[in-house]
Write a protein that binds this ligand. Structure first.
Ligand code: AMP
Ligand code: ZN
Ligand code: ZN
Length: 306
């Protein structure tokens, strides 16, 4: 990598991003990530400085970097950690929470971390919720996703935040997009977006301000920024379909740098051009118990699970 120099200051110790043909030193890399995030937030009208943003932090590199970046950019951003109780074996949740809390201890005092413990509130951890399901055993990952979405939204609403922000990166978004395209899931494709508006039946606005960054870019940001994040992945994620989709995209990216970014950005452009006319979101009604939107009528999937 000795041939590259920082595009902004000519320093010769750099992070080289093949996918952008861009070399930057540590300081200018961080500056670049922050500028690009600001641009992406504004382009997609994710939030304004007056908004109260709740950042869902898992203790991982993406969400902790996101929280740091939003605070640096001057947004009002608090954190939310959901303790899922995935602790058997390697104390995954416990350790994730420790990383989130440690990070929260080092940020300006006006920002705070909310912690929500499922076992305290519902008497059950995610693995327990998943194992109690009658009928075809739904995979733990889908129960976990359902519970996280519901609880993050509930917390944001009850605590008065106007936007919920998550740390999804480009690798996540491109894999979801790829999966949706393989099955031509039009309803999912119309709704896959870096920003989703609030609806009038209880969903807060959602944003993914890091969706344009490669996973290795968010990892580099966390490392250069000395963020102490949890290195492990969830023990249940191994073998998940999303990992296989990521592998395929990675192999294409290797032979053709930039593939993931252009796949995702050309999708966003196609959506701006309304490639799926006629596909509206399904009719939703409020859940009888919690008030959050459900397509099924009666109870929402979360309240049925609980
Ligand atoms: P994942 O679904 O695990 O890939 O995580 C995607 C995003 O969801 C992360 O970047 C976080 O913003 C958020 N998230 C995941 N797990 C948690 C958690 N336990 N508590 C709060 N936010 C989370
Ligand atoms: Zn530089
Ligand atoms: Zn409900």
């Amino acid at each position: 990598m000795g041939v590259h120099r920082c595009r902004r200051c000519e320093a010769d110790s750099v992070i080289y991003m093949r996918q952008h043909r861009l070399a930057l030193c540590d300081i200018h890399f961080m500056e670049w990530v922050e500028e690009m995030t600001l641009g992406f937030i504004r382009k997609h009208r994710m939030f304004e400085p007056e908004d109260r943003v709740l950042v869902a932090v898992s203790g991982g590199k993406d969400s902790l970097s996101l929280w740091r970046i939003l605070l640096k950019l001057g947004y009002q951003a608090d954190g939310l950690y959901v303790d899922l109780g995935i602790d058997e074996g390697g104390s995954y949740s416990k350790r994730s929470g420790e990383h989130a809390k440690k990070f929260a201890g080092e940020i300006p005092p006006e920002a705070k971390l909310h912690v929500l413990d499922l076992a305290d509130i519902y008497g059950k951890t995610v693995p327990e919720m998943a194992s109690r399901r009658k009928g075809g055993r739904r995979k733990l990952c889908s129960v976990c996703g359902l519970v996280k979405r519901h609880e993050m939204n509930r917390a944001a609403r009850e605590l008065g935040y106007t936007v919920l922000a998550t740390g999804h990166n480009l690798d996540d978004e491109a894999a979801v997009l790829f999966g949706n395209v393989l099955r031509w899931e039009a309803e999912y494709l119309v709704r896959q977006s870096p920003v989703l508006p609030a609806d009038d039946i209880g969903l807060v606005k959602r944003a993914k301000p890091l969706a344009r960054f490669y996973e290795r870019e968010t990892a580099a940001y966390a490392i250069v920024g000395n963020i102490d994040y949890i290195l492990d992945e969830c023990p249940f994620s191994t073998g998940a379909t999303s990992l296989r989709l990521k592998e395929v995209l990675n192999s294409m990216e290797n032979s053709s740098p930039g593939t993931k970014l252009s796949f995702y950005f050309s999708f966003l452009r196609a959506k701006e051009n309304n490639i799926f006319p006629g596909y509206d979101r399904p009719e939703l009604s409020p859940c009888e118990k919690c008030g959050q939107a459900t397509g099924a009528g009666g109870l929402c999937a979360f309240c049925r699970l609980i």
